[in-house]
Design a protein around this ligand. Sequence first.
Ligand SMILES: CC(C)(COP(=O)(O)OP(=O)(O)OC[C@H]1O[C@@H](n2cnc3c(N)ncnc32)[C@H](O)[C@@H]1OP(=O)(O)O)[C@@H](O)C(=O)NCCC(=O)NCCS
Length: 210
Amino acid sequence: MAGGYPRLEPEAPEPLIVRRLSAFDLPAIEAHFMALGAPDRRLRFFGGVGDSGIREHCRRIDWARLVVLGAARGDRLVGVAELALPPRGGAAEAELGLSVDAAERRRGTGARLLAASLALARNRYAGRLTLRCLADNPAMRALAIKFGASLQAHSGEFAGVVAAPWPSLPSLFEEAEVMRAGWLHAVFELNPLPPAAPQSPAFASGKRAA
Ligand SMILES: CC(C)(COP(=O)(O)OP(=O)(O)OC[C@H]1O[C@@H](n2cnc3c(N)ncnc32)[C@H](O)[C@@H]1OP(=O)(O)O)[C@@H](O)C(=O)NCCC(=O)NCCS
């Protein structure tokens, strides 16, 4: 122990958990989008979006058609994926919108969310998952290519498709894990323990009621 002081280890960051989100997570989803700077909002929403636009986007999330996944460290969402699923019996193709906190980038969070979204798309027989981004978005282009998309340019945007074939054992396990994490959060975090029941004076004083 040099100089007589214990060496302080840097605090380990909380583990990253990917979980399915629900309408109860709306405040955290909104806070995540609000924290994106103007350039990132433009990349994520394909155009400039102010605070009221973000509030409107969150208000209009169609929970019946969208699967929303979150990457969380503790109770903070550091990434959100919105997976639009094809209607049953319609032309099979799912589409994904993705965003990660600026401070959290290049640590694999986007790739984790994309892999989980792909598993969920597979498990619903989507067939294909479309990834779109503006042409000046090298990060999303590289991420899409990493997942095997071959990108086509079209009026200021790039779009590529990742195959989302039938469910596989790994895709089912991936979804089970995402659902389990969502369920644990819903039960234990969104429903905090109720305050302890008030004790009767007799109980508090240790006397037994007659
Ligand atoms: C695109 C975005 C989601 C990537 O998130 P991320 O957590 O940084 O991505 P990851 O750390 O998982 O990176 C995975 C791969 O993507 C590529 N990538 C990510 N950021 C990159 C960058 N700035 N430049 C080049 N390649 C990049 C790399 O291939 C990387 O793999 P590597 O780190 O092994 O080289 C994030 O930059 C973001 O939120 N951007 C703003 C919103 C947006 O553009 N959304 C996409 C349109 S919907």
